[in-house]
Design a protein around this ligand. Sequence first.
Ligand SMILES: Cc1ncc(COP(=O)(O)O)c(C=O)c1O
Length: 397
Amino acid sequence: MKYPLLENAFSNQDIKKGMQVLKTKYITMSEKTRKFEKTFAKKNQSNYALMCNSGSSANLLMVAAACNPIRKKRLKKNDEVIIPSVCWSTSLWPLLQYGLKPVFVDVDIKTLNIDIDQLKKRITKKTKAIMAVHVLGLSSDMSEIIKICKKRNLILFEDTCESLGSKYKNKKLGNFGDFGSYSFYYSHQITSGEGGMLVCKNKNDYELVKCLRSHGWSRNTHFHSYYKNKYKNLDDKFLFINSGYNLRPLDITAAIADNQYKRLDLFIKERSKNRNVLIKKIMNSKNWKNQFHFINPQKNMTPSWFGLPILINKKYIKKKKKFLRFLETKGIENRPIVSGNFLNQPATKLYKIKSKGSFLNSQVIEETGFFIGLHTKKIKPKLIDYIVKNLLMIDKL
Ligand SMILES: Cc1ncc(COP(=O)(O)O)c(C=O)c1O
């Protein structure tokens, strides 16, 4: 038996939608992308949505926009940005690439997300933004984060790449901040292989990220007519009005993601049911001896689960590597909880990234944590028994 992170990622209809685009022989970003952006913005309760070729690209774009000279309120070199120590690499790198100073803050073990008390302690006059990273469908107390941002006039980024569809007080994550990002990579809440989405609150930011996504061109942005009139001597097909990248998606991925997105609510329900069945079966097993700790949603949180995060009992810490290898040999795919404590990653040494304070919880998550997938279809009882049996083998190794 096998239990990969995700199974049968694409339906026949998803494939058909992708193929239809391919058959037109016009696969670069066009109508399908624009359609998906509109649908996404509406259903995700976002003012504006812009599709990119990955969640990392969405992160890069939102930081680039917040630092852009065109923006009145903007981040400047050496401004401090608070970021949780359990984060993804590309939640962090855009900050460094734009000369900002990341200030790491430990996470709360109950939510795997940034610890609010620690966050308050690390805010200084130099703090200008927060990069929240919503881990595996969970979030911090967003009311508190918003309160802090308002009081201090901070920019809020939400890396929601692992939490598409999660809600806090019934509001979808990614919409609390000035900018939010999502990923459609394999095994995420929906997938188009690669792909991402950026959402933002105001039109100026939307037009700016659109421009930065495509080379810094004015084309298809509200800046175009102004520059066209001002630079009459130039060919207005190519007016470069800002810095930029090429972070555009393919229309093929937009068509697939759009079709998957129709099933997001169903996926959320199925993943949640599978999670509940797995936990119940584990805890009702005759072999259950508190080998694991599970993360439960805190007040006001409605998670859209990405996977099933598990913390092993501390007494098994020394066995953890062997245990995870054992699970792999049994076909049960597993991953660390994001990066563990990011401050332990080799790249932080290369860039001499240090942070004051204690990172005890991130360390616990690194040393005891992992996650397994949650499929978008009901897991068959036999497979559930197989997963439970092998998880509980931790005692026997
Ligand atoms: C928290 C977080 N942010 C960003 C990303 C990057 O997304 P992508 O793989 O689409 O670039 C990931 C990827 O899994 C992630 O987990």
